[in-house]
Write a protein that binds this ligand. Structure first.
Ligand code: SF4
Length: 231
């Protein structure tokens, strides 16, 4: 049976096989371009623009792929998903920026009985999350800053919609792991830590992961002529 939408194409900037930190078990992580945020510490600055880009070095960031092409890569590791409890993770960027492509990928994975995880920054129209909900087994939901002014200062958008979307997913019984990057001088303060602790004991949150800062985005940002801060 052929999945609807396998000819749908989107812009991918990476596919990582045998990923160990993007959900349970061994996973294939597909990175979609496009993000509404501009986090000052961004580790994937090549994801921010939805379009393919060429760096000053000549390196190409992003290329079109169809759902069928992505699924060929994903399905190559099916036996590892079965033995490890893994699956496919859609990441970015913010995967819902390329909504039709993201949905078609999730539908194709569902049809192939591959478990799915969606990495989201949470800043997207709520109806998109609701439409994807039946296709997503696990959400990795980012919680970066706890106050809206701080959120705007460091990511370019305030946090209200993110909070509302998190509440919405909880209300609909989604399986959620909250992912919290800890950036020195940005959000490593006791009040943010206390909010994370409260989420950790929330019955709607399966677990909380505190993620250390890493500077892997700096060289890529420089190559793309983007502003990058070292923390
Ligand atoms: S949400 Fe992620 S990809 Fe988007 S700007 Fe922030 S760190 Fe970068």
């Amino acid at each position: 049976m052929k999945a609807a939408g396998t000819t749908q194409s989107g812009i991918i900037f990476d596919i990582q096989r045998a990923a160990l930190h993007d959900g349970p078990g061994l996973r294939t992580t597909v990175f979609l371009k496009g993000c509404p945020l501009r986090c000052s510490w961004c580790h994937n600055p090549e994801s921010q623009s939805v379009s393919p880009q060429t760096g000053r070095s000549g390196k190409q960031y992003g290329a079109p792929m169809t759902v069928a092409e992505v699924m060929r890569v994903v399905l190559a590791d099916r036996s590892f998903y079965t033995s490890s409890g893994g699956g496919v993770t859609l990441s970015g960027g913010e995967p819902t920026v390329q909504f039709d492509f993201c949905k078609a990928l999730l539908q194709a994975a569902r049809l192939a009985k591959i478990p799915t995880c969606l990495d989201t920054c949470g800043h997207c129209p709520p109806e998109r999350l609701l439409e994807l909900l039946p296709l997503v087994d696990l959400f990795h939901f980012d919680w970066k800053l706890s106050g809206s002014p701080e959120h705007r200062k460091w990511t370019g958008v305030d946090g209200d919609r993110i909070r509302e979307n998190l509440d919405l997913l909880i209300e609909h019984g989604a399986r959620i792991i909250l992912r919290c990057p800890l950036i020195h001088g940005v959000n490593d303060d006791p009040s943010h830590s206390a909010v994370i602790d409260r989420w950790a004991s929330h019955p709607g949150i399966e677990s909380v992961e505190r993620l250390p800062y890493h500077c892997s985005g700096l060289a890529k940002a420089e190559d793309l002529g983007l502003r990058a801060l070292q923390f």
